[in-house]
Design a protein around this ligand. Structure first.
Ligand code: ZN
Ligand code: ZN
Length: 316
């Protein structure tokens, strides 16, 4: 099928650089993959860039969301309202997209609980809590969103789009396979490994799921020939070397954590993160401690560390 794909990088002031929005077009279809963050500036930029591509916002026919983070789905409601486009997101992220506004307090409570489990000092927990308050402005609920499932094939104007559920970064992260392109959101990125552990506190054991999801990409037919279109940064062909590198990275991190624990003393995830990453600022405190905690969860499941009172872990 005659397909054209354009990438629009939508900057945001909070997270890792600009988020990619992809416009996928056939003769009669204008599909948007992700939307960018929900600020007025981002909406203005998206409208301008789409107009420059001769596809004004009101002509968007459908919106596919790779996951529930604000820098990816923030503008979904605005674009859907302007165009009547249907919005799709994986079942496991659906609730947090459909009821984003309504769930703000509940998610804040889950973060509070998680930060305590990660061993963050109280003054840092208070600081992080106020950081989260700002997030309520960066997206809006999309109550009409339609839930997707692993293996679904959506046929838009006879263009098949296959849904590949890749939990880890969030529980409902999904990649979209369109011909030889795989749109990966934050599951697979060109230069850094996405955070796992701190970016979705609605579920546990995310690291193992993330690793399984990377292997799932390797097992796709024709994996070597796929063009990866990530949620941040430029696209590239053949995901295999990058996936091998990320798997190795997590393996090494596990070894480093075991190295720190080898003195037999009890540590919180936060204390280990400080040893690994030094002084962390702003949301990097969350990312660092949450990721260490995700490793500790796996080590605990493997019987290699034990849980102690006061959110501490010790090597066994
Ligand atoms: Zn994300
Ligand atoms: Zn992202």
């Amino acid at each position: 099928m005659n397909l054209s794909v354009d990438r629009i990088a939508v900057p945001n002031p909070y997270f890792e650089g600009a988020s990619n929005v992809y416009l996928v077009r056939t003769r009669s279809l204008n599909l948007l993959i992700d939307t960018g963050i929900g600020t007025p500036e981002a909406l203005e930029l998206l409208q301008r860039e789409l107009a420059a591509l001769h596809c004004p916002v009101h002509e968007i026919s459908a919106i596919l969301l790779t996951h529930k983070h604000m820098d990816h789905f923030g503008l979904a409601r605005a674009v859907a309202d302007a165009s009547g486009a249907r919005v799709y997101v994986h079942q496991d992220d659906w609730k947090d997209v459909a009821f984003y506004d309504e769930r703000h307090d509940e998610i804040s409570r889950l973060y509070l609980n998680a930060m305590q489990q990660w061993g963050l000092p109280p003054e840092m927990i208070a600081q992080m809590g106020s950081l989260r308050e700002r997030f309520s402005e960066l997206a809006r609920s999309v109550p009409s969103a339609i839930a997707l499932h692993d293996g679904d094939t959506l046929a838009f104007d006879s263009l098949p789009v296959r849904v590949v559920h890749t939990p880890g970064h969030t529980q409902g992260s999904a990649c979209f396979l369109i011909e030889d392109r795989l749109f990966t959101g934050d599951h697979l990125l060109p230069t850094y490994t996405p955070n796992v552990g701190a970016t979705d506190v609605t579920s546990g054991r995310m690291l193992q799921r993330f690793i399984d999801s990377l292997k799932k990409i390797l097992a796709l037919p024709n994996a070597a020939h796929l063009e990866i279109c990530p949620g941040h940064g430029p696209s590239w062909r053949d995901p295999r070397p990058r996936i091998e590198k990320i798997l190795k990275h997590h393996d090494e991190r596990t070894q480093k954590i075991l190295g720190i624990l080898s003195d037999g003393k009890p540590y919180t995830a936060f204390e280990i993160a400080q040893k690994l990453f030094g002084t962390m600022r702003e949301h990097h405190v969350l990312l660092g401690a949450g990721e260490v905690y995700a490793h500790l969860e796996e080590l605990h499941a493997d019987g290699r560390v034990e849980r102690l009172p006061h959110h501490r872990f010790r090597s066994v």
